[in-house]
Write a protein that binds this ligand. Structure first.
Ligand code: HEC
Ligand code: HEC
Length: 422
C-alpha cells in the first residue's frame, strides 16, 4: 500500500465547486505535483504553449471535446482522478511536464514511476522504475507508442493509460475518439531552422552545419531527418533496454533525456552516444553536435503565460461543446461535458485564494451552479429553455470576466503578487 504524504492527504476532489469553504484557501492543486523550486514555479506561471495543427480554422468539434477531456481528471477515474491528475498534468500543453515531481514516484523532476503502488492501478510491479514524460507534440507521426513501443495506435494506448495504468473506467467510445482526435491535432511547433526533409538552411551557423554532417554519418540511420528524426522502431542504445527511437524535434523543452531522464542535458546525451557508438569525437566535434541538436530541437515561443483571460476563453469555448448534445437532446453526454466544464471552473476558483477573493469565488460558484441548472433543464427534457439558458450563461461569463480581472491582484494570475506555493 502506498504511503501517503501530507501533501496528498490534503487533496480532495470537491472541485466542481460544491466543496467546503476551507478548501478554498488551499493553493492550486498543481503546486502539489510540481517541483518546489523557482523553475517549478516558472513552469506553472508559463506552461508550454499548446500548438494545434490547424491554427487558422477553429478546431473541429472532436478536437475541442478531446481538449476538454485531456484536461479532465474525471476520465482517469478512481484515486488518480481524485488527486486531480489529468492527461494535461503530465503532458502539459501537449508537451511534457518537465517539472512534475511527487516524492513517492519521482526520482527527478519530469519523471514518475507509472507502475508504482502509489497510483493504485492494476499495473503495480513493485519495482522502482521511473520514466521520463514524453512530449506528445506531433504524436500522430511517432507510432509506436510507449517508451518501449508496445502500442501501434493511439486509441489502444490511450485506453490503456486510462484503464490499465491509472485504474479508470472503460472510456465511452465518443470520449476515446475525442481524446485521440485531440492528440492527433497536436502539432510540432514550427522550427524556422529546418527546411524540407529536416535539413538545416544553408545560412545556418557553421558549427551547426558541421554537426549536421556528423549527424548524417553517425545518427541519421535511426533519427531520420525527413521523418521527424525518428524511425518508428526500437533499439538498444545502451540505456538499459530496447526503446522506441524518439523524435529529436522539440528537445529544447524536454530535458532531461532518454526514457528515464538519465541524461540531464544535450551534452550528456552526446557523450553517451560518443561512448556507445565508439565515435571518438573531440571537444570541437561534440560542440558542433550540440549546436546542431540545439538547432533541430529549437522551439519557437515555447511557453506562454497562463492568464485569466485565456482560462476564461477556454471555459466559454468548452461550454459551447454543450450546444451539440442539447440540440441532439442527448442528456447523458451533456451531463458528462458539463461536469468536465465545472471542474475547469474549479481550476480557476483555486487560483483565487484567501478571504480577499471570497467575492470572486462566489461568482465562480454561481457560474458553476448556473451551468448545472442548464443540465437540470435538459434532464427535465426542457431543451429549448436549456439552450437559451446556456446562451445567457455565456453572456454572463463574457461580461463577468472584467470583474474577475479587476480582482486578480494577489491571485495566482497576478504575475507581480503571485501567491507563492507553500
Ligand atoms: C502521471 C503522469 C501521466 C499522466 C496523468 C498521463 N501520462 Fe501519458 N505518459 C506518461 C509517461 C511516463 C509516458 C511514457 C510511458 C511509457 O513508456 O509507457 C507516457 C506516454 C504517453 C503516450 C505515448 C507517447 C509516445 O510517443 O510513445 C501517449 C500517447 C500518452 N502518454 C497519452 C496520455 C493520455 C491521453 C493521457 C490521459 C488519458 C495520459 N497520457 C496521462 C505520463 C502520464
Ligand atoms: C541505433 C539507433 C540510434 C542511433 C544510431 C542513434 N540514436 Fe539517438 N536514440 C535512439 C534511441 C532508441 C533513443 C532512446 C533511448 C532511451 O530512451 O533510453 C535515442 C535517444 C536520443 C536522444 C534523447 C532524446 C530524448 O528526447 O530523450 C538524443 C538527444 C539522441 N538520441 C541523439 C543521438 C545522436 C546525437 C546520435 C548520433 C551521435 C544518435 N542519437 C544515434 C536511437 C539511436
Amino acid at each position: 500500500m502506498a504511503r501517503r504524504t501530507p501533501v496528498f492527504q490534503a487533496i480532495v476532489a470537491c472541485l466542481s465547486l460544491t466543496g467546503t469553504a476551507a478548501l478554498a484557501q488551499a493553493p492550486p492543486l498543481e503546486t502539489r505535483w510540481t517541483a518546489p523550486t523557482p523553475e517549478g514555479r516558472a513552469f506553472l506561471a508559463a506552461p508550454p504553449r499548446e500548438v494545434l495543427a490547424e491554427t487558422d480554422a477553429r478546431p473541429p468539434y472532436a478536437v475541442r471535446l478531446g481538449h476538454l477531456a485531456f484536461r479532465s481528471p474525471a476520465i482517469l477515474g478512481g484515486w488518480v482522478g481524485r488527486l486531480g491528475l489529468a492527461c494535461e498534468t503530465c503532458h502539459t500543453g501537449g508537451a511534457a511536464n518537465v517539472q512534475f515531481f511527487v516524492a513517492e514516484v519521482s526520482d527527478r523532476p519530469g519523471n514518475a514511476d507509472v507502475t508504482h503502488a502509489f497510483w493504485r492501478g492494476p499495473r503495480e510491479d513493485g519495482l522502482a522504475n521511473p520514466v521520463n514524460f514524453p512530449s506528445l507534440r506531433g504524436v500522430r507521426w511517432t507510432a509506436p507508442y510507449g517508451r518501449d513501443g508496445r502500442f501501434f495506435d493511439l486509441a489502444s494506448f490511450t485506453r490503456n493509460v486510462i484503464v490499465a495504468e491509472f485504474g479508470g473506467a472503460e472510456p465511452e467510445p465518443w470520449l476515446l475518439d475525442a481524446l485521440v482526435a485531440y492528440q492527433q491535432a497536436l502539432a510540432l511547433p514550427p522550427n524556422p531552422n529546418l527546411g524540407p526533409l529536416g535539413k538545416l538552411g544553408a545560412d545556418a551557423p557553421a558549427p551547426a552545419l558541421r554537426g549536421e554532417a556528423s549527424f548524417v554519418r553517425d545518427c541519421a540511420r535511426c533519427h531520420l531527418p525527413s521523418a521527424a528524426f525518428a524511425d518508428r522502431s526500437s533499439h538498444d542504445v545502451g540505456t538499459g533496454g530496447v526503446f522506441d527511437t524518439p523524435s529529436l524535434l522539440g528537445l529544447a523543452e524536454t530535458a532531461p533525456y532518454f526514457h528515464d531522464g538519465r541524461a540531464a542535458d544535450l551534452d550528456a546525451a552526446i557523450a553517451h552516444f560518443d561512448g556507445v557508438l565508439e565515435l571518438g569525437y573531440d571537444a570541437n566535434e561534440r560542440a558542433d553536435m550540440h549546436a546542431y541538436l540545439a538547432a533541430v530541437g529549437a522551439v519557437e515561443r515555447a511557453r506562454a503565460p497562463r492568464t485569466l483571460a485565456g482560462d476564461l476563453a477556454d471555459i466559454r469555448d468548452f461550454a459551447k461543446l454543450l450546444d451539440e448534445p442539447l440540440a441532439g437532446e442527448d442528456v447523458a453526454t451533456a451531463d458528462v461535458i458539463s461536469a468536465m466544464v465545472r471542474r475547469q471552473l474549479g481550476r480557476i476558483h483555486e487560483r483565487f485564494p484567501g478571504s480577499g477573493h471570497a467575492g470572486v469565488r462566489d461568482i465562480l460558484v454561481a457560474w458553476s451552479r448556473a451551468l448545472d441548472g442548464v443540465i437540470g433543464m435538459a434532464r427535465r427534457r426542457d431543451f429549448a429553455p436549456a439552450r437559451d439558458a446556456l446562451a445567457a450563461w455565456d453572456r454572463t461569463v463574457a461580461s463577468g470576466g472584467k470583474t474577475l480581472e479587476a480582482a486578480a491582484a494577489g491571485s495566482f494570475y497576478d504575475p507581480e503578487g503571485r501567491a507563492s506555493p507553500p
